[in-house]
Design a binder for this molecule. Structure first.
Ligand code: UT7
Length: 331
């Protein structure tokens, strides 16, 4: 056995977004808002919405994972572990990972869901990378997927303009040449729960007529408070990751930020000393897809990424949760 250090390389990316485009113009017909306000305050122009009866988040995650397998040229049976990061699972249980594994034929995989809201994908990548680094598993799929339209109140103009649906997936495999996940800083602070949450539907407030009537099964967000914490949290942790690894903005090929608000992204890039042409940005097309924003960016920029590029993925979200992950691109 080789005694070289094993790192977890990202070896393929897959993604899926539904066809339906919910534009700012259509939102103008639903709530009192306007295209100019949405674009200048958030950077969003449209988002994708999954339509169809009884279609859960797995309906987007499955094609994303299937594309990933096709691109890597492996069968579903080769997957060891499936981690689905989501706050909108098909059901409370079983885990959406189990549903995905069943539908794609990943008979040899174990799977579980991971709930860390907008930072979910970074938590999932860090967990999956640890499984690979330990030598225990060889092929770990990390899915970031959310059907936010299932928990958005389309009469609440402060939240309905922000969110969209989508899914992305990456494959993690062992590497002995130092490519892959190099470092990750993850944080959480439960005292932030009051500002961004879905109050009912869990064991504390199970679904009832009362919770439905009080709209407690929708996202509740105090935008300004979250904005304040997000700007500081995402920028500080990204900077801390650079300092810890003796890097400056010049060493980084791309910032891959969670897409919640263009102003939060600009502040993070600024704190890292990165020019905006090194920042992946697709919020204008998809809005905030929660766990899916970062893998959707990786997917879209895949052809522009070069072997050896250092990228920083950064996120802030409900919980509060936040983090930054340093990756050396492997292909
Ligand atoms: O990914 C998870 C983490 N989430 C985030 O990172 C989101 C963080 N928060 C934000 O991105 C921003 O706070 C929002 C985009 C949600 C809101 O932007 P803001 O600049 O903080 O606006 P605000 O809440 O301070 O509202 C400013 C004004 C208010 O009117 P008054 O009181 O000044 O008259 C709002 O009522 O804008 C009004 N407003 C709207 N106007 C038109 C709020 N929503 C809308 C709307 N269209 N959709």
């Amino acid at each position: 056995m080789s005694d070289k250090k094993i790192t977890a390389a990202i070896t393929a990316v897959g993604a899926y977004v539904p066809e339906y485009r919910l534009t700012n113009a259509e939102l103008e017909t639903m709530v009192e808002t306007n295209d100019e306000w949405i674009r200048t305050r958030t950077g969003i122009q449209e988002r994708r919405i999954l339509k169809g009866e009884n279609k859960g988040v797995s309906a987007m995650a499955i094609p994303a994972v299937e594309e990933l397998l096709r691109k890597r040229g492996i069968s579903a049976e080769e997957i060891d572990c499936m981690i689905t990061c989501t706050v909108t699972p098909d059901m409370v249980f079983p885990a959406t990972s189990n549903i995905i594994c069943d539908k794609i034929g990943a008979k040899n995989a174990f799977g579980f869901d991971l709930s860390a809201a907008c930072s979910g994908f970074l938590y999932g990548v860090t967990t999956g990378a640890s499984f690979i680094e330990s030598g225990r598993y060889k092929k770990v799929v990390v899915v970031g997927a959310d059907k936010m339209s299932a928990i958005v109140d389309y009469t609440d103009r402060t939240t309905c303009i922000l969110f969209g649906d989508g899914a992305g997936a990456i494959l993690l495999e062992p590497n002995e040449e130092g490519y892959g996940v190099l470092d990750s800083l993850l944080r959480s602070d439960g005292s932030g729960a009051q500002y961004l949450k879905m109050s009912a539907g869990g064991s504390a407030r199970p679904a009832s007529m009362e919770t439905v009537q009080a709209k407690e099964h929708y996202i509740y967000q105090e935008g300004q408070q979250v904005f304040k914490f997000a700007v500081k949290g995402m920028a500080d942790i990204s900077h801390e990751l650079l300092v810890k690894n003796n890097l400056t903005g010049d060493d980084i090929a791309w910032l891959v930020p969670h897409q919640a608000n263009k102003r939060i992204i600009d502040a993070t890039a600024n704190r890292m000393g990165l020019s905006l042409d090194k920042v992946m940005l697709n919020i204008q097309k998809y809005g905030n897809t929660t766990s899916a924003t970062i893998p959707l960016c990786l997917y879209e920029w895949e052809s522009r990424l070069k072997k050896g590029d250092l990228i920083v993925m950064a996120a802030f979200g409900g919980g509060f949760t936040w983090g930054a992950t340093l990756v050396k691109w492997a292909y």
